[in-house]
Each structure stands twice: as structure tokens, then as C-alpha cells.
Design a protein around this ligand. Structure first.
Ligand SMILES: [Cu+2]
Length: 156
């Protein structure tokens, strides 16, 4: 059943019960979840046995650990809040063999949120009225000029 979730995102332990471990099936784990903007990932593992690198898609595919976007330094716990809706985040273990042989790699695709259109009406109203005022003044002035000649004729 669908239910209205709270605005604060869901929390996920990467890899489920086994966590960030050699040989865990992270793709199966990730494919079972629809990740949303604001969700939080917890990478948990024995410190210094692994690490977590955020990498580019290319480095994810090739298990290249030499050019990470970020690295957690093998502290054993990394908390990541997913911010960019529609983006995909790529994480690999910093030990190349763990990535290539132990499948310690995971791609996290973020779904796009349902289109929420924030109503910008308070800010757009003064903008449109200020741009309309010169035109409005011209419209008032024109009939006034047309009315003047008959009035002048009558008074003469
Ligand atoms: Cu590892």
C-alpha cells in the first residue's frame, strides 16, 4: 500500500544486514529500493578493512580508485545524504580488488520527485505591475486627449 511518507528522507544501511562487506550483492540491494532526494545512506564496516570512495561513472565501471570525488578514509562509517534528484551516485571500495572481485561497488540512482511547482506569485506580482504601469499610463492619457477637443469646443 502506498502511504504518504514524511518529508525527511528514508535511511538505508548500504548492503542491508551485511553492510559494506566483501562479496555482498550491492546491486541486488540497490535495485530493491527507490532512492529519493533527501534519503540517507549509511556505509558501515570494520574500520580500515575497507573504505568508501565516491567516484565517476567511468571509474565505477573500471574500479579505478585513483581519482575519487570523495573518500571516507576507511573510518568504518560514512553517512551520505542524497541531494541531487535525478542524479546517480557511484560508490566503490578503495581496495581495487574488493571492487572488481568482491563486487564492493554500488550505483545509487535518485528518482526525480513529482513535479512540485512552488508558487512564485508574491514575487511575480510586483514585477508584472511595475512593467505594466507605463503602458497603463499611456492608456489613460490617450482617451483624455481625445476628450479634450470637444470640451474646448463647447466652452468656446
Ligand atoms: Cu573493501
Amino acid at each position: 500500500m502506498l502511504s504518504t511518507k514524511s518529508v525527511s528522507g528514508a535511511h538505508y544501511r548500504v548492503g542491508g544486514l551485511k553492510g559494506w562487506e566483501y562479496g555482498n550483492d550491492f546491486q541486488a540491494w540497490a535495485s530493491s529500493i527507490t532512492f529519493k532526494q533527501g534519503d540517507t545512506l549509511y556505509f558501515e564496516y570494520e574500520a580500515n578493512m575497507h573504505s568508501v570512495l565516491e567516484v565517476s561513472e567511468e571509474d565505477y565501471k573500471t574500479c579505478n580508485t585513483r581519482a575519487p570525488i570523495t573518500s571516507d578514509g576507511g573510518k568504518g562509517r560514512l553517512v551520505v545524504t542524497l541531494r541531487e534528484a535525478g542524479a546517480t551516485f557511484f560508490y566503490i571500495c578503495g581496495l581495487p580488488a574488493h571492487c572488481s572481485d568482491g563486487h564492493m561497488k554500488v550505483a545509487i540512482p535518485l528518482s526525480l520527485p513529482p513535479t512540485i511547482t512552488p508558487s512564485p506569485s508574491p514575487s511575480s506580482t510586483p514585477h508584472s505591475s511595475s512593467s505594466a504601469s507605463p503602458a497603463a499610463a499611456a492608456h489613460v492619457l490617450l482617451p483624455l486627449l481625445l476628450l479634450l477637443p470637444p470640451f474646448l469646443l463647447l466652452s468656446l
